[in-house]
Ligand binder design. Structure first.
Ligand SMILES: Cc1ncc(COP(=O)(O)O)c(C=O)c1O
Length: 374
């Protein structure tokens, strides 16, 4: 029997100008964050999502840290966010000394449920952190209306939706500060990297300062405040510029992947597939998620183990913030219950979704999923 080559859960595609631009960095000697690709990437990326300013940073997690601090959020403040998200979102709030306040997600879109947000607003609420999940955005209209009504800031975590829109407006154009990640599973990758975008020049300047140790412009090694080194290198930005050139192609590849998976998996008993479209957006399938229905006699962990045996790479859905030991030990979320987040964490996983996935690999992965549910 021939052994099938395993299908990784993600593989980037670097077949544009990536190599050419990297060679340019090496030939010119510009490899640090002071090289010209950084500003070029910031300008082009910000323009692509309809913003005035881009601040390139080391990754999508620190983009959130800088955003929270730049907005002046700190001790005594509360920020509302989904329970089902990456730890980076809650960690940025907690590190700044503020309190994360959670809402559950929608069982179909897996995004935070905007209908649950207003009940969580208190006089201490400073901001809503809107997180777009798995390629389908959260509907920003109700969240922006609440932010206006209660005078809250909006931090938009658009890490998973590069190239996506919500009601025709680019994701990343909605927050006072919006953030992105360029990890290799994203639609634009720089290996590691991130970006904060905004229309507010003062906020952009604040993020730039925080990213670079808060050097005083007029007196370089004197500091009024503690910042970080969150800088992105010219090498990484060179990759970013090349990746951005092919963003439309990348989004089209992922859409085709999602549509093909849906065609192959539709009607499989016991399986909830991603929502293809809503009144505000069509899915761009950052990853292709699946949730096992309650009548399937095993959970996501078992499904992933079975798929691994068939050579299919998978990843679980996010584990809810209110069930994170590190946050619970801090006394957060006592007695909290967010049943949808809890359920999809236990029954959800995603299958190979990389940019380099071939049609044959998609068919094999889908056949394996059908096989374990037979
Ligand atoms: C929604 C979301 N926010 C933030 C991040 C963190 O990005 P990074 O891995 O670049 O730190 C991720 C990572 O995948 C993410 O999915």
């Amino acid at each position: 029997m021939t052994r099938l080559v395993p299908i990784p859960v993600n593989e980037p595609l670097l077949d544009g100008n990536e190599e050419k631009y990297l060679v340019e960095c090496i030939r010119t000697g510009w490899i640090s964050s002071e090289g010209p690709f950084v500003a070029r990437f910031e300008e082009q990326f910000a323009a692509r999502v309809g913003r005035k300013h881009g601040v390139a940073v080391a990754n999508g997690s620190v983009a959130l840290d800088a955003a929270i601090v730049a907005l002046g959020i700190g001790p005594g403040d509360e920020v509302i966010l989904p329970s089902s998200t990456i730890i980076s979102c809650a960690a940025a709030i907690v590190r700044a000394g503020a309190k994360p306040v959670l809402v559950d997600c929608d069982p179909l879109t897996w995004n935070m449920d905007p209908g649950l947000v207003e009940a969580r607003i208190t006089p201490r609420t400073k901001a809503i952190m809107a997180v777009h999940i798995f390629g389908l955005p959260v509907d920003m209209d109700p969240l922006l209306a609440l932010a206006r009504k209660h005078r809250l800031k909006v931090i938009e975590d658009a890490a998973e939706v590069i190239g996506q829109t919500c009601r025709g407006r680019p994701c990343g154009s909605f927050g006072d500060l919006s953030t992105f990640s360029f990890y290799p599973n994203k639609h634009v990758t720089t290996g590691e990297g991130g970006m904060i975008v905004t229309d507010d020049g003062a906020l952009a300047g604040r993020c730039r300062s925080l990213r670079n140790l808060c050097f005083k412009p007029e007196q370089r090694f004197v500091h009024d405040e503690l910042g970080w080194n969150f800088r992105l290198s010219n090498l990484q930005a060179a990759l970013g510029v090349a990746q951005l050139e092919r963003l439309d192609k990348s989004v089209a590849i992922k859409r085709r992947m999602g549509e093909r998976y849906t065609a192959l998996l539709k009607g499989t008993r016991g399986l909830q597939l991603p929502v293809a479209s809503t009144p505000y957006a069509d899915n761009i399938y950052w990853v292709y998620g699946l949730v096992l229905e309650d009548d399937v006699p095993f959970d996501a962990r078992e499904a992933m183990a079975r798929l691994a045996k068939l050579g299919i790479g998978t990843r679980p859905f996010f584990w809810p913030m209110h069930e994170q030991p590190v946050l619970r030990r801090m006394g957060l979320f006592e007695g909290a219950s967010h049943p949808v987040a809890e359920r999809i964490a236990r029954r959800g996983f995603y299958i190979p979704s990389g940019m380099a996935l071939s049609g044959e690999q998609i068919e094999r992965a889908a056949a394996a999923v059908r096989e374990i549910l037979r």
